[in-house]
Write a protein that binds this ligand. Structure first.
Ligand code: ZN
Length: 76
């Protein structure tokens, strides 16, 4: 698949780090499965993965977490 951002790079499967920042809260997920452009570095994360990340981040925020760095583990 060719990158839609730079139109030159090739998008390859890999893993990325995703950071959520909301006010005082910072949550970092490592090893999130994604496709990454080998030219510009644009990340393509599947919608189902994004949803899981958002749900997990919301849960942590509701539990009063301020800073959290964790490995992403898909529930799927
Ligand atoms: Zn690109």
């Amino acid at each position: 698949m060719r990158c839609v951002i730079c139109k030159h790079g090739e998008v390859k499967p890999g893993s990325v780090t995703v950071t959520f920042e909301r006010g005082e809260v910072t949550i970092v997920f490592k090893d999130v499965p994604a496709k990454v452009c080998d030219n510009c570095g644009e990340k393509y994360i599947e919608e189902s993965v994004t949803k899981e990340l958002l749900a997990k981040a919301q849960e942590l925020i509701e539990n009063g977490t301020q800073v959290d760095i964790r490995k992403f583990q898909s529930a799927a």
